[in-house]
Design a protein around this ligand. Structure first.
Ligand SMILES: Cc1cc2nc3c(=O)[nH]c(=O)nc-3n(C[C@H](O)[C@H](O)[C@H](O)COP(=O)(O)O)c2cc1C
Length: 204
């Protein structure tokens, strides 16, 4: 069976490549890995999954960062239960990453403010409207009328900080899958907070 030359050959190489790809995807908006599916335990008992932008990847501490509105359903879900699943799929590389992670939430603290300072005024817009997911009889953005048609100035965007939150996800396990015509490959990595890390090949 012919080995795909892009397939990492060792578990160590897979782990290194995975974090390298995620770190690159933070800055590359065209990367399929720029968008993750973040799944939490819904308050109604159903798994709750949604797309989120990957904002930072710390390869040393194995953490990923996402931004959200502290009034969103996901924020309340993560406050109640910080366990999350995070899914990435790159159709070009035919790579799937399925992480388990523990989420830490930041809002109104030094960590959230430091990140907020780096968020462009245009991207702060979503934090200036009504609470996301609020029922409405008409399709509304919830933004002040004057901001419907233009991005806010830095001054106008400032109040958004009170709704801004970061989700720091500490990765504790990865189910890695690579699809290849020469043979699929699957591996599992565990990085428990207390205890030794481990890695093993799995039958795909
Ligand atoms: C491509 C894409 C990227 C998104 N990025 C984010 C994001 O970074 N943060 C966020 O809170 N919502 C993001 N959303 C919206 C969420 O998917 C979701 O609709 C919203 O946050 C409400 O989710 P919730 O009710 O489960 O909290 C994104 C949606 C899409 C389609």
């Amino acid at each position: 069976m012919r080995e795909d030359p892009t397939t990492p050959r060792s578990l160590e190489e897979i782990e290194r490549q995975c974090f390298l790809l995620l770190a690159r995807a933070v800055r590359d908006r065209r990367s399929a890995l720029h968008i993750a599916t973040l799944a939490s335990a819904g308050r109604d008992g159903f798994p709750a999954a949604r797309s989120v932008v990957l904002r930072a990847a710390d390869t040393t501490h194995r953490t990923l960062r996402f931004h959200t509105d502290q009034r969103s359903a996901k924020y309340a879900e993560l406050e109640a239960d910080p366990r999350v699943a995070i899914l990435f799929y790159d159709p070009h590389a035919r790579l799937q990453f399925r992480f388990h992670a523990i989420a830490t939430l930041h809002r109104g603290d030094a960590a959230a403010r430091a990140v907020w300072d780096g968020v462009a005024a245009g991207s702060r817009r979503v934090y200036l409207g009504l609470p996301p997911g609020s029922p409405s009889p008409t399709p509304v953005s919830g933004l002040p009328a004057e901001l419907e048609s233009r991005p806010p100035t830095a001054e106008e965007s400032a109040p958004g900080v009170s709704n801004f939150a970061t989700i720091e996800a500490r990765l504790i396990a990865l189910d890695w899958l690579h699809l290849a015509s020469g043979g699929h490959r699957r591996a599992r990595f565990v990085w428990p907070e207390n205890g030794p890390s481990g890695a093993t090949w799995l039958v795909p």
